[in-house]
Design a protein around this ligand. Structure first.
Ligand SMILES: *Cc1c(COP(=O)(O)O)cnc(C)c1O
Length: 344
């Protein structure tokens, strides 16, 4: 892939704000690439980040035909920059594209696009501990038509944003509420694809959980409302007896996380058994109460591992062990971030 590189008007030194938050600070450049049916992908370009000009009828606005990815660049102790498994994001991006009837984006080009943009914008990679440069590749349907069908025009783009440490105040457990009425994803639906509409569909229940004093929703399966699927926009795992890590088996309505996959591969090297299973919420709650489950945690690119300390269900809370972050989540978090930051 040939990427045209346009000069920037602003070449002044990069100064990062003290408070980065998540996704609020844009870098100066954007990578864009355009697709038209019959011609394929063309016009790959990195230039100054600017607004898109889209017709109000562009299909992204009416059909929601859009997919995205999320990965990060990490500053290593030697001053160079690490990416973590961007090939896995490339492969998942194309599985999402297929599900949403969108064109394939060549996987090698996807990785080259990230590498080229990050190399140009490396000064935006935060130097502070546990911070990183978040990478957001997106594909949207751009053809102006109100017809309900797959678009013939697309824009692929990548934007970057320096992000602060997910756990600013230490490795603090989160509280989740089991969602009884709404579902995130159904079998045969789009839950396995990283499509923008999945997030829109999750907002109502998430906001309601926040008002009730929880940070996230614990999603159950759509058919029986019984089996645990995900926690917020992250995968979830349960530790039995401090030794065995059990996570919901990919059911067709669970997003196959790259963090989940990485931790499942890493955990046996650290002496933990791993198992993918159907996890009944009644049994999970009983096992937390009896102490068989010693830890619960979420897995995803943003936090890597986030311990869950409290689970609300039917108006009642159960506390996981002593409600604090446990040794397995702590060790997994440290081991995987050591790899991501090039310390191991
Ligand atoms: C992106 C995402 C995840 C986590 O995937 P990672 O590749 O680990 O970041 C989990 N669940 C949902 C719904 C997601 O969108």
């Amino acid at each position: 892939m040939q990427i045209r590189i346009e000069p920037l008007a602003d070449e002044s030194p990069v100064v990062l704000p003290d408070q980065l938050g998540f996704g609020r600070v844009p870098t100066r450049r954007i990578l864009t690439c355009r697709y038209e049916a019959g011609r394929g992908w063309a016009d790959a370009e990195i230039g100054p980040r600017q607004h898109f000009v889209l017709d109000p009828a562009a299909q992204i606005f009416h059909c929601g035909q859009g997919i995205f990815e999320g990965t990060k660049a990490y500053l290593r102790p030697d001053g160079r920059i690490n990416l973590f498994r961007p090939d896995a994001n490339a492969a998942r991006f194309n599985r999402s594209a297929e599900r949403m009837a969108m064109p394939n984006f060549p996987e090698a080009d996807f990785v080259t696009a990230i590498e080229t943009l990050v190399a140009l914008e490396h000064a935006w990679t935060p130097r502070t501990d546990a911070a990183s440069l978040y990478i957001r590749p997106v594909m949207i349907a751009a053809e102006p038509t109100l017809e309900v069908r797959s678009s013939r025009e697309y824009i692929f783009y990548i934007v970057l944003t320096p992000t602060g440490p997910f756990f600013a105040g230490g490795f603090e457990p989160v509280a989740v509420r089991v969602e009884e009425h709404h579902v995130r994803a159904a079998p045969g639906g789009t839950g396995e694809a990283k499509t923008i509409g999945n997030y829109a569909a999750s907002l109502y229940a998430t906001e309601a959980a926040r008002v009730a004093g929880y940070q996230q929703v614990l999603w159950l399966d759509a058919v029986e409302r019984r089996f645990v699927e995900e926690a917020g926009a992250m995968n979830v795992a349960f530790v039995y007896g401090g030794k065995e890590i059990v996570t919901p088996a990919l059911s067709g309505s669970i997003l196959p996380g790259i963090t989940r996959d990485s931790l499942l591969r890493l955990a046996p090297d650290l002496g933990y058994a791993v198992r993918e299973a159907r996890l009944d919420i009644d049994e999970v709650i009983a096992d937390i109460e009896s102490g068989r489950i010693t830890e619960v945690f979420c897995m995803g690119t943003a936090a890597v591992v986030a311990p869950i300390g409290r689970i609300g269900r039917h108006g009642r809370d159960v506390i996981v062990a002593d409600g604090r972050s446990g040794p397995v989540a702590t060790r997994l978090h440290r081991t995987l971030t050591d790899i991501q930051y090039g310390r191991a």
